[in-house]
Design a protein around this ligand. Structure first.
Ligand SMILES: Cc1cc2nc3c(=O)[nH]c(=O)nc-3n(C[C@H](O)[C@H](O)[C@H](O)COP(=O)(O)OP(=O)(O)OC[C@H]3O[C@@H](n4cnc5c(N)ncnc54)[C@H](O)[C@@H]3O)c2cc1C
Length: 506
């Protein structure tokens, strides 16, 4: 690899990958490094809602305006990553009617189109909803796939010559005369360390941005804020469902592929890796969600997980739901005099392109590059498009993943795990949570990639263990039965615990 580039981008979430693409489109030589796989931080642990902005119109108008602008752009440039489900806001008889007028005024001010529908008409289209709906409005919300979005950004940048390395962690900065002039990297597979020199570093580390800046002796006030989400095994509503009240816990349902993502909560944490959901958190969410979907507690849950918001408050101001969802560009030369480093923090996945533009406008000017941003005009495409296969050719029947898709998802990769494959194809994300597709995909790769037995066993073990983590907090009813079946197959038939496997830890 070339050990000298103009710009190094740290973080392979929506923001970092958006930055890489913007840099590449302006002809700037760049490298992105991500400590795990793409979108394994918050961009893969979020609600999956492409906000219309309607959620923020009352308290955070600026953020709402940014959301609606980006919502329109992303629907145009990234159709592979978005399902334009539409969204609805509903108020029930227990909600404050005074809030509705403020909300409508805010939507009008932000330029977010709303269309009222009578509760009777809505219930015909969305029968799972509570009969207590008193007011309902359609808004232009949509569902967005963070994994595909990050990968599509990187693919588009790579076609223009940009480089991206996953499983590569930044472990330090090279500083000379109060200027950043390189980063020290460690490859997580091989353990190899190296230096890459550069003129500028962009820190897009999300909830980890504070830790990363700390490696350069910088102190920035990123407040990680944990949110828990649960997944149901089917689409409960056709559209994104929002509770029409001030933003709170358990008030959004997002239909995603074959499932529904419901959440979320907001709790300050000091650890960006705090991503486990507890049984208590899940039960609290279900109690809240039952106000909108009365039958919720009888529906089958397949997993629970958490993500960590990268909220930023320069003076240690408001936390949690009170904190702004705006983003901030931190020029470290203004903060402490350190040249060559800029951090971009806060924001939302919906506004990632705008965050990238702001960061790249800043760095391009420093580098003397005057090409304007064109990311709002150029299309991006999924590296693994859904491709039709005949029934019987699917290795994952819940999510219709074919052998061809398995091949495409590992193209050009030396090392890979089934979780990497899952992020690009949805393998194992459906109702069976990998029970049937894990051994089929392992067998397929074992043969087609000529893997050693111990390598194939590692693929199998890692994926089952990873899927198990998310099922633990929701083990009752039908999901408990499914888990018994999974245990029977993997522990009873395949003797998983005693299979000899490679043990390179990631
Ligand atoms: C529960 C929850 C629900 C949300 N729902 C929505 C929603 O529906 N819609 C929406 O628009 N927004 C939503 N958000 C906000 C949104 O998900 C985040 O703002 C966005 O994903 C942040 O993206 P990012 O690229 O800045 O950070 P991340 O995606 O976290 O990327 C940062 C990356 O940096 C990497 N990294 C860290 N340290 C290092 C290192 N030393 N070296 C190399 N790499 C490193 C991490 O591994 C990580 O992948 C939600 C957030 C949460 C927590």
């Amino acid at each position: 690899m070339n050990n000298k580039v103009q710009v190094v981008v740290i973080g392979g979430g929506a923001t970092g990958t958006g930055i890489l693409r913007d840099l590449a489109l302006r002809g700037i030589d760049c490298l992105l490094v991500e400590q795990n796989d793409l979108a394994t931080g918050t961009s893969g642990r979020f609600h999956g809602l492409l906000h219309s902005g309607a959620r923020y119109v009352v308290k955070d108008l600026h953020s709402a305006e940014e959301c609606i602008q980006e919502n329109k752009i992303l629907k145009q440039i990234a159709p592979d990553c978005i399902e334009d489900t539409g969204g609805m806001f509903i108020a029930t008889k227990n909600d404050d009617p005074g809030y509705i007028d403020k909300w409508l005024a805010g939507c009008a001010q932000a330029g977010i189109e709303t269309k009222e529908i009578s509760p009777t008409e809505l219930l015909k289209e969305e029968p799972a909803l509570t009969p207590d709906v008193v007011k309902a409005y359609f808004v232009p919300d949509a569902a967005v796939d963070g994994f595909t979005l990050a990968a599509a950004n990187v693919l588009s940048a790579q076609k223009l010559g940009a480089m991206a390395r996953n499983y590569t962690k930044v472990i330090g900065f090279k500083l000379e005369k109060n200027k950043v002039c390189g980063v020290y990297l460690k490859d997580k597979y091989t353990g190899k360390e190296e230096l890459v020199e550069c003129q500028y570093v962009i820190n897009a580390g999300g909830a980890w941005a504070g830790q990363i800046a700390g490696l350069a002796g910088q102190n920035i006030n990123v407040n990680p804020d944990k949110g828990v989400l649960v997944i149901f095994n089917h689409r409960i509503t056709n559209r994104v469902l929002n509770h029409l009240r001030p933003p709170g816990d358990g008030d959004i349902f997002v239909p995603h592929g074959s499932v529904t993502v419901f959440g979320t909560t907001s709790k300050v944490t000091n650890n960006p890796d705090d991503t486990e959901a507890t049984l208590e958190e899940v039960l609290e969410l279900l109690a809240e969600g039952s106000n909108l979907i009365p039958d919720l507690k009888n529906m089958r849950l397949i997993r629970a997980f958490a993500g960590v918001r990268p909220l930023y408050q320069p003076d240690g101001g408001q936390l949690g739901r009170e904190a702004t969802r705006d983003f901030t560009l931190i020029d470290h030369s203004q903060l402490t005099g350190l040249e060559g480093l800029v951090s971009v923090v806060g924001g939302k996945l919906t506004t990632y392109r705008l965050m990238a533009k702001a960061a790249v406008d800043f760095v391009a000017e420093k580098l003397g590059v005057d090409k304007p941003c064109i990311t709002h005009q150029e299309m991006i495409y999924a590296p693994v498009p859904k491709n039709g296969a005949k029934p019987g050719e699917y290795l994952c029947q819940c999510e219709m993943v074919s052998k061809k898709m398995l091949d495409q998802s590992i193209e050009g990769k030396g090392h890979f795990s089934l979780s990497d494959v899952r992020r690009l194809t949805r393998l194992g994300m459906g109702p069976c949570q990998g029970t049937f597709c894990t051994f089929r995909a392992t067998g397929y790769y074992h043969q087609s990639r000529n893997l050693k037995v111990t390598e194939a066993n590692k693929l199998l073990k890692d994926h089952i263990e990873e899927r198990w983590k998310g099922s633990k907090p929701v083990l009752w009813g039908q999901q408990a039965q499914e888990t018994q079946l999974t245990r029977g197959i993997y522990l009873g038939l395949l003797n998983l615990e005693r299979l000899e496997s490679d043990n390179n830890e990631l």
